[in-house]
Design a binder for this molecule. Structure first.
Ligand code: C2E
Ligand code: CA
Ligand code: CA
Length: 517
């Protein structure tokens, strides 16, 4: 009964929206019809007409949902695009007639990956320029009857004009087209900025009741899924996404409280010398040891810690556990020269960072040279702010080493690297994968190693997954390697067993002077 009434109202709304001449004629029709009713049926007719005729106005226009939204801002001041309210309002009319016309539409939700980091690294002005640039490119990638809105700080929504046929394959093609257009470098005054975007989309045919709001929300849900699996991804909406989102929200609200519960631990991944095979260090990587869901990787909780302002607690915890591990390796008689700890951009800006590091080193009575600080290349790209430079200089003056992480993805200029006290670059996994078979990869690694040598920097290749890659990296002159091919990150207690087995393995090789593969 309720759905019949809903259908009737929907058909009336469609008729109302579609037949605009009826709407325009109403101001004339209402008084004439009222007079006629009075003339024919007397006062009863007059009363009925006077009450019934204004109803379509009440139902569909002045107090309807879409016109309530008209009160809110419909244009975004920065990009000149519609806001999501404006878009929903404009979509409403088209959505109402979709079924009637036998056509489909699709919504695409597009978000710039790591925009907060981009703003942090390049400043507000550059971030705004990027947004304007992306908005213009998006407009150019669309047909004139498609619509686009800015729906959040770095998020956009595209609604396609209804068409007779549009399937998931067409959606993926279109999403790829958006990515190609938006991922071109954005030229700014000082440097080019590289952005990647994640895209989620939903076809109207996927929803049982495809209203504008539902379609936009479904595409946003798909985009959030896309971003969870890494940058520059595409996802189509599916009905089980809603359930996943609920379970993830639970995880996130727990994550905000988890540091206090002591469930986040440092796991360790070894780094070895390509020359001797000896362990030259361990990198500390955060893991949430969840009592029910098992071991969770940083991608599942770092964002929440960041949003809830807990990154400095995480850094303290990782620092304490890493230095504790060093002490324990020393006590067990294993030689681990350095432990590397990751520091996020905002942490490197903390005015108390150096003091906290010094205090932890004093407490554990370890030499500062035993601690390495891993800094993302993107943090120091362009013009790193003064606080970051000062902190890194002070950390290096203490005697700790600085590694430039994910090298090759952050577009740091040679001059910004030279300005900083970097000791080693960690070549990103994207250059390492298949390096044994792919000549282009070999050329890239050779170029990076040559540059590093000229600058007096050591190199470490990340993400080395097998012995063929390991051997090729050694040949290309890369001095350290790290990756699943050597060992996966492991909890502290497993490192002791692993060290024993590793020493056993390389012992004989070292004695006869061979390089391990
Ligand atoms: P990262 O610093 O680049 O760390 C290396 C990542 O690559 C780790 O992912 C590691 O598990 C993974 N990995 C290592 N070898 C291989 C391999 O051979 N193949 C593949 N496919 N992956 C490999 P994980 O632990 O998920 O960490 C992801 C990122 O989270 C880290 O990237 C780092 O940026 C961040 N992170 C981890 N722990 C911390 C922390 O304590 N503080 C901060 N600020 N960031 C952290
Ligand atoms: Ca790292
Ligand atoms: Ca890395």
């Amino acid at each position: 009964m309720q759905s019949k009434l809903g259908q009737l109202l929907e058909s009336l709304r469609a008729f109302w929206v579609q037949e605009s001449h009826v709407r325009q004629a109403l101001p004339l029709v209402v008084p004439l019809a009222t007079l006629a009713a009075w003339f024919i049926f007397g006062e009863i007719g007059l009363l009925i007409c006077a009450f019934l005729l204004p109803l379509p106005f009440l139902a569909f226009s002045p107090f309807s949902e879409s016109s309530k939204r008209r009160g809110r801002s419909e244009t975004d001041g920065l990009t000149g695009l519609l806001t999501s309210t404006g878009l929903e309002h404009k979509m409403q009319d088209k959505m109402a007639t979709l079924e009637h016309d036998g056509r489909v539409t699709a919504c695409f939700s597009i978000k710039i990956d790591n925009f907060a980091r981009l703003r942090e690294n390049h400043g507000d002005q550059a971030a705004e320029d990027v947004l304007r640039n992306v908005a213009n490119r998006l407009k150019s990638a669309l047909r004139s009857d498609d619509m686009v809105a800015r729906s959040g700080d770095a998020a956009f929504v595209v609604a396609l004009a209804p068409v007779a046929y549009f399937d998931v394959e067409s959606g993926i093609q279109m999403a790829t087209r958006f990515q190609t257009a938006l991922e071109e470098p954005v030229p700014l005054q000082m440097a080019s900025i590289y952005v990647s975007v994640s895209v989620g989309f939903c076809l109207s045919s996927r929803l049982s009741r495809p209203t504008a709001t539902a379609l936009i929300q479904a595409s946003e849900m798909a985009m959030n899924e896309a971003q969870l699996t890494g940058a520059s991804n595409i996802r189509a909406y599916s009905t089980d996404m809603g359930r996943k989102v609920i379970s993830r929200r639970k995880t996130q609200s727990e994550a905000a409280r988890t540091l206090q519960r002591d469930q986040i631990r440092a796991w360790f991944q070894p780094q070895v010398s390509t020359d001797t095979g000896l362990v030259t260090g361990f990198e500390a990587l955060a893991r949430w040891e969840h009592p029910e869901r098992g071991i969770l990787a940083p991608i599942q909780f770092l964002d929440v810690l960041q949003q809830t302002g807990q990154m400095s607690q995480l850094a303290d915890l990782m620092l304490r556990q890493s230095l504790g591990a060093l002490r324990a390796w020393d006590d067990a008689g294993y030689s681990v020269p350095v432990v590397g700890v990751n520091f996020a951009g905002e942490e490197l800006r903390s005015p108390t960072l150096v003091e906290r590091i010094q205090w932890e080193l004093d407490r554990t009575e370890l030499l500062p040279a035993r601690l390495g600080i891993e800094v993302l290349e993107s943090v120091v790209a362009g013009a790193p702010d003064d606080m970051v430079v000062r902190n890194l200089e002070a950390i290096s003056a203490l005697g700790c080493s600085v590694d430039l992480d994910d090298f090759g993805t952050g577009h740091a200029s040679i001059s910004s690297i030279r300005r900083l006290p970097v000791k080693r670059i960690k070549i990103d996994r994207s250059f390492v994968t298949n390096v044994d078979r792919d000549q282009e990869q070999q050329r890239m690694i050779a170029a990076i190693v040559t540059m590093a040598e000229r600058l007096g920097l050591e190199t470490l290749a990340e993400g080395v997954e097998n012995s063929a890659e390991h051997a090729m990296l050694a040949q290309l002159g890369c001095s350290h390697v790290q990756g699943y091919g050597i060992a996966r990150p492991m909890p502290f207690h497993e490192t002791l067993k692993w060290m024993a087995a590793h020493q056993e393995k390389i012992g004989p090789a070292l004695q006869i002077g061979n390089k391990p593969s």
